[in-house]
Design a protein around this ligand. Structure first.
Ligand code: HAM
Length: 439
């Protein structure tokens, strides 16, 4: 019996996991600088939470939920997205209490039963930021600015920001009627999916990518022509904010997004490196959701970014794994435990009875196989270690091999002296490397 990861999921293996760790550190750093604080919600929630927020007519709720009944007979669903759980937590713990603005974020796995393809999975990761409280366009400006800061922070210089407005409860119903009338007249020429959307969620027809539907879509009325005055003013305000922040954007009148909770602003950010699944992330305003969950009237806006896609787009900017600073080899099988103890001392972590400091950790690997010295040396070289040291020491000190230069370094009398010497050399090497990058 051979097991494989479930369809649409992927393991993140050494080599790749370092890039993920790098990305998460980078994301947290950028979010913290904007004042966003993390919320970790459960991976599953009551099914109703998603049906009521994402929307009964959406593909996510109709086809993609991982729903199950637990042993207590409750209907639960693996979260397909992070906004509804965050709003639930915001209300449950009164996170907005006495505050004009709550800035919150999450990083976690999401689950959607989708047809897997490049950049599309059944378990995938998102980072999401949500700003609850302010309803004016400056908040939309901050959100899109934060999105772009994240893209730049991971090495993507020129993301494309697509912007639209979906109106609100005043102007959208009339627009929906116009759209329904229009597509009703062209129903025969639409693709099978669009025919179904016509029944369930006509706005989503605007999002169809099938070539034969395009001429019909091109003639469809645009939401932007149907906005009520307050929504038009808001949309203009968002554009003014983006201009003030020098963020280039394109108006995308057919951008509708796949979740029902949006009001007014919606946006997506695309990157050319992603091919057909080229939305790195998206978001928008959801001014009615908090109220719909039984809370007060709290306007809000947010976005989510798919981490798999962000990493593909980041490419080389996300560093892979480097080799260890030091490999400790034993000169005989009997010396293996001595090598182990020396490796521990060189790492500089607090050790039983040995004190130790944590000023800068050397990454130190010991060979614990008891193999020949030659085989250990081959291993150290394959691991791309910077230095190799040998235990036990010679009478005049520990021999040190500089693996990058292929030369022997001066022997070091004690383990403490060896550690100090290695630390200095490694730091110097890092400084030199940084200098090179700066050039
Ligand atoms: P979404 O557009 O459904 O929005 O998802 C945001 C991003 O998550 C996508 O642009 C994509 O990068 C990634 N993503 C979605 N589905 C998959 C998948 N099957 N495989 C890989 N990546 C995927 C939301 O989820 C909203 N909660 C965004 C939001 C936050 N709106 C307001 N606040």
């Amino acid at each position: 019996m051979k097991f494989q990861a479930p369809k649409g999921t992927h393991d993140i293996l050494p080599g790749e996991s370092e890039r993920w760790a790098w990305l998460e550190v980078r994301l947290r750093e950028i979010l913290a600088r904007y004042g966003y604080r993390e919320v970790r919600t459960p991976m599953f929630e009551s099914t109703d939470l998603f049906v009521r927020s994402v929307g009964e007519a959406t593909d996510i709720v109709r086809k993609e939920l991982y729903t199950f009944e637990d042993k207590g007979g409750r209907s639960l669903t693996l979260r397909p997205e992070g906004t509804a759980p965050l709003v639930r937590a915001f209300l449950e713990h009164s996170l907005g209490h006495g505050q004009p603005m709550a800035r919150l974020y999450y990083i976690g796995a999401m689950f959607r039963y989708e047809r897997p393809q490049a950049g599309r999975f059944r378990q995938f990761w998102q980072v999401g930021a949500e700003l609850l409280g302010p309803g004016g366009p400056a908040a939309d400006g901050e959100m899109i600015d934060l999105f772009v800061a994240i893209m730049r922070g991971v090495g993507l210089a020129d993301p494309t920001v697509l912007l639209n407005s979906l109106g609100d409860a005043t102007c959208r119903p009339a627009y929906k009627e116009r759209i329904r009338d229009y597509f009703g007249k062209h129903l025969d020429s639409l693709c099978g999916d669009c025919k179904e959307r016509f029944r369930t969620n006509p706005l989503r027809i605007l999002d169809c990518k099938v070539p034969s539907c395009q001429p019909i879509l091109a003639g469809a009325p645009a939401m932007l022509d149907s906005l009520c005055d307050p929504c038009r003013e808001h949309f203009q305000g968002v554009q003014a904010a983006l201009r003030a922040l020098a963020i280039p954007y394109e108006i995308a009148p057919r951008l509708v997004r796949g979740l029902d909770y949006y009001t007014r602003t919606v946006f997506e950010v695309h990157s050319g490196t992603l091919g057909s699944q080229n939305a790195v992330g998206g978001g928008g305003r959801y001014d009615l959701l908090v109220e719909e969950f039984g809370g007060p009237s709290v306007p809000a806006i947010g976005f989510s970014i798919g981490l798999e896609r962000l990493l593909i787009a980041a490419g080389e900017a996300a560093p892979g794994a480097g080799g260890p600073d030091v490999c400790v080899l034993s000169r005989s099988p009997e010396a293996t435990l001595e090598a182990l103890a020396l490796a521990r001392e060189l790492r500089g972590l607090p050790a039983p009875g040995a004190g130790g400091s944590e000023e800068r950790g050397l990454v130190v690997l010991a060979d614990v196989t008891g193999r020949s010295a030659g085989a250990q040396m081959k291993w150290a070289s394959k691991m791309s270690a910077r230095y190799v040291v040998f235990a036990p020491p010679d009478p005049d000190g520990y021999p040190v091999r500089n693996m990058e230069a292929g030369t022997d370094e001066p022997k070091q009398k004690t383990a403490a002296a060896l550690r100090a010497w290695l630390l200095e050399r490694v730091k110097k090497g890092e400084r030199a490397q940084k200098g090179e990058h700066a050039r």
